[in-house]
Design a protein around this ligand. Structure first.
Ligand code: SF4
Length: 302
């Protein structure tokens, strides 16, 4: 029987005892759960990565204006801004994460990894990592499989849903998946990889879910960009053997504890945080009026 992804310490122990790599352990789990063959799993991963790349391209090339008006081609503006605040790589990372997420907000095709709200983080980080380090699609797919293992454990010990654990569970988990994938793709050890996940969770801990007007647009889109940056910073720290101090399993437990104690107005109800601001409420009201105006006229009663 394959490993059941209940903890990071258990994952490492299982791989050591069975002399199996982290990647192969997730692959065995996927084959067992979904049936089929390893080839089928790799094929599915490759398809998912192609969709991620397409989402980045679409977000950077096509018109991305959401019906609410809150999303207005932000990714393209970042990508083409002649002012580079840090480096061209960083600028492209931020633009790509925004781009894929904007596609989701404009009802386009994305990979919900792990959720639609966080669907810009893996595309932004993986496409940028591939470009900088000259990696193959197959290398990136290995990273995505590592990300899947990370998400399985977070789901088991905490949550992946904003409605359950706040935004830390969505964008935080995606950033943790990306950080682990980066470390794997750059040849890091298991300890470095798990450390990157722990550091990422520490950075994202406590983030509430407060979508304005209940739409997955603001602050979701910009949080995808910042989470992508955090994934890279965590990987850089972990690959330099700087310890998270708190073991990764305990970081995930803390995330679960914070999520469980979070008030419901911070869990996708659009009743707290940015959604409850004056402007947030005005936008919600405007969108509601727009929707009512779009409704077909009811026939008058006889
Ligand atoms: S704010 Fe809520 S809806 Fe938006 S990305 Fe975060 S968890 Fe998802």
């Amino acid at each position: 029987m394959s490993f059941l992804f209940e903890s990071f310490s258990g994952w490492k122990k299982y791989c050591d005892e069975h002399s199996i790599s982290l990647v192969d352990s997730v692959l065995a789990y996927e084959v067992e759960q979904k049936g089929g063959s390893p080839e089928k799993i790799w094929h599915g991963l490759n398809q998912a990565y192609q969709v991620m790349k397409e989402a980045v391209k679409t977000g950077l090339e096509e018109d991305m204006n959401s019906r609410s008006g809150m999303i207005a081609n932000g990714a393209k503006k970042v990508y083409h801004n002649p002012l580079t605040v840090l480096s061209p790589d960083f600028q492209r990372l931020i633009a790509r994460a925004l781009a894929a997420k904007e596609v989701n907000s404009c009802m386009g095709r994305v990979v919900a990894a792990p959720t639609a709200g966080a669907s810009g983080i893996l595309p932004g980080t993986m496409v940028t990592l591939q470009e900088i380090h000259g990696l193959t699609d197959a290398d990136i797919c290995e990273g995505l499989l590592i990300g899947a293992g990370i998400a399985l454990i977070i789901e088991e010990k905490a949550s992946l849903a904003g409605a359950v654990g706040g935004c830390q569970a969505e964008t935080g988990s995606a950033a943790a998946m990306a950080a682990g994938a980066i470390v794997h793709c750059l040849g890091g050890t298991t300890d470095q990889l798990f450390n990157a996940v722990g550091i990422t969770i520490q950075c994202m801990l406590g983030l509430i879910c407060d979508p304005v007007a209940g739409l997955v647009e603001v602050p979701c889109v910009v949080r995808n960009a910042s989470a992508a940056a955090i994934a890279f910073s965590s990987a850089q720290i972990a690959l330099s053997n700087v310890s998270a101090v708190i073991p990764v399993d305990e970081c995930i437990e803390a995330m679960g504890e914070v999520g469980a104690s979070m008030e419901s107005r911070y869990k996708e109800t659009a009743m707290g945080g940015l959604a409850a601001t004056l402007t947030g409420q005005q936008i919600a009201k405007r969108i509601l009026i727009q929707d009512i105006e779009l409704l077909p006229d009811e026939p008058l009663p006889d």
